[in-house]
Design a protein around this ligand. Structure first.
Ligand SMILES: [Fe+2]
Ligand SMILES: [Fe+2]
Length: 134
């Protein structure tokens, strides 16, 4: 059972970026499943945060590289948004040592789904896709 499903509506018409976004959906779904398993919760949240940190480095660098190559006027603002997402992962990593993973997991899922997938991927990443079409 997945909590978020990729759809072609989410495509930004770029195969590298789309496949990276699909991996983000996979990370969210794996994290959701792991949170339902009491014995695996702590390790699962820890693994997901490490994976997100690595993934975001690669993915954000790729998006910024393409935006720079296309002279995208929103690059500076987009870079700041990426830095804020990376900062948020660091905060979750810090909280994990002090909090129950079950409450942190709910906050993390909320952050990933509403802030990262819906506001960022489907909001501001799409602005770049629209820019490329013109
Ligand atoms: Fe993205
Ligand atoms: Fe982005």
């Amino acid at each position: 059972m997945s909590i978020v499903d990729w759809s072609s509506d989410y495509s930004i018409n770029n195969s590298i970026i789309d496949s990276q976004h699909q991996r983000l959906f996979d990370i969210v779904n794996n994290l959701h499943l792991a949170l339902l398993d009491h014995d695996k919760r702590h390790d699962a949240v820890s693994v997901a945060l490490d994976e997100l940190f690595d993934f975001s480095k690669t993915h954000f660098a790729e998006e910024e590289r393409q935006m720079e190559a296309a002279n995208f006027p929103g690059l500076g603002e987009h870079r700041d948004a990426h830095a804020a997402l990376r900062q948020k992962i660091l905060e979750f990593q810090d909280h994990l040592s002090k909090e129950e993973p079950v409450s942190l997991g709910a906050d993390l899922l909320g952050f990933l789904i509403s802030t990262w997938l819906f506001s960022h991927v489907l909001g501001i990443d799409k602005k770049f896709a629209h820019y490329l079409k013109h």
